[in-house]
Write a new protein. Structure first.
Length: 293
């Protein structure tokens, strides 16, 4: 499969599962070919959650020994990193789905997006991309398309299993190979607000949307009947607001959730053409048969 087609299919598959609706999204600001010709034939790839210069040097070594064609980072680099805050717009539909009015969601998100933009604007975004260019190493990132996959997967799984207590959510999650593996590495799912026997109530799965939303949304979610958040991660500042709102929180795990989303996306990409995958930077390739939307 050529690099250009791999990118196009990643966007297409991510769009199919986007909260804004199937077919309504034609690109993701945090997903891009960062360096390399779209015509490059891709057979062997190195995939990591975070890629910087050290991983690219390893990739260059693998290219000489194994014939590596491409490096994929989950978290964005280059211009995709500078613009990633724009994908936060999809959080409007996520909040609408649990009852927050569109006007309120838009107002809260506008403020939060500006905050995140100010935080990222000073970064040295092209540093890692420049290393890829100097090494002549094809390099891309796939962020929200993978996050959309893990969000869809966990929403469907929790609906099917219908956990009653917070502890039940953890038990459901650790049956997923990526989370089971994270447990062995001391980074598995855990309850950070609430107790194992506390009722779950209505669940809000917070797994996509670039980064965390506005801190003031949690009280509104509680008033709308939400009682439990299932998230990749939660900053200390957001955690304090969650506790004030008396919400339960299960942290599934950041790297393990990213890995799950990437695996689901790669399964679909490999249906277009099988690729040999080299794991790095926290990623572990686990293949599944088929994908049920």
């Amino acid at each position: 499969m050529k690099l250009g087609r791999l990118y196009q299919k990643a966007v297409e598959f991510g769009s199919e599962l986007d909260p804004r609706g199937k077919g309504k999204v034609t690109s993701f600001e945090d997903t891009a070919i960062l360096f390399g010709s779209p015509d490059v034939e891709v057979r062997r790839i190195m995939v990591g959650i975070d890629i910087d210069g050290s991983e690219l040097l390893i990739a260059d070594r693998l290219r000489k020994e194994k014939g590596l064609d491409l490096v994929i980072s989950h978290h964005p680099q280059g211009g995709a990193s500078a613009a990633f805050y724009k994908v936060m717009r999809l959080q409007v539909e996520m909040l609408e789905a649990v009852g927050v009015s569109r006007g309120v969601a838009l107002e809260l998100l506008k403020e939060r997006m500006s905050e995140v933009e100010r935080r990222v604007i000073s970064g040295n975004h092209m540093r890692t991309v420049d290393i890829a260019r100097l090494l002549n190493m094809p390099f891309m990132c796939m962020h929200t398309p993978a996050d959309n996959h893990v969000s869809h997967f966990l929403s469907k799984l929790l609906k099917k299993e219908n956990p009653k207590r917070l502890g039940d959510i953890v038990e459901v999650l650790i049956q997923v190979p990526e989370y089971k593996g994270a447990m062995q590495e001391q980074a598995g799912p855990r309850i950070i607000s609430g107790s194992p026997n506390r009722p779950v109530g209505k669940i809000f799965v917070e797994m996509t949307g670039g980064t965390e939303g506005h801190r003031e949304v949690y009280g509104r979610l509680y008033k709308l009947g939400v009682r439990t958040l299932v998230s990749m991660h939660l900053s200390e500042e957001h955690f304090k607001k969650v506790r004030e709102a008396d919400l339960n929180v299960v942290i599934a795990g950041h790297i393990s959730s990213d890995t799950l989303g990437l695996n689901l996306l790669l399964d679909r990409l490999e249906s277009e053409g099988r690729m040999e995958v080299f794991n790095c930077s926290g990623f572990r390739r686990i293949r599944r048969r088929g994908f049920n939307k």
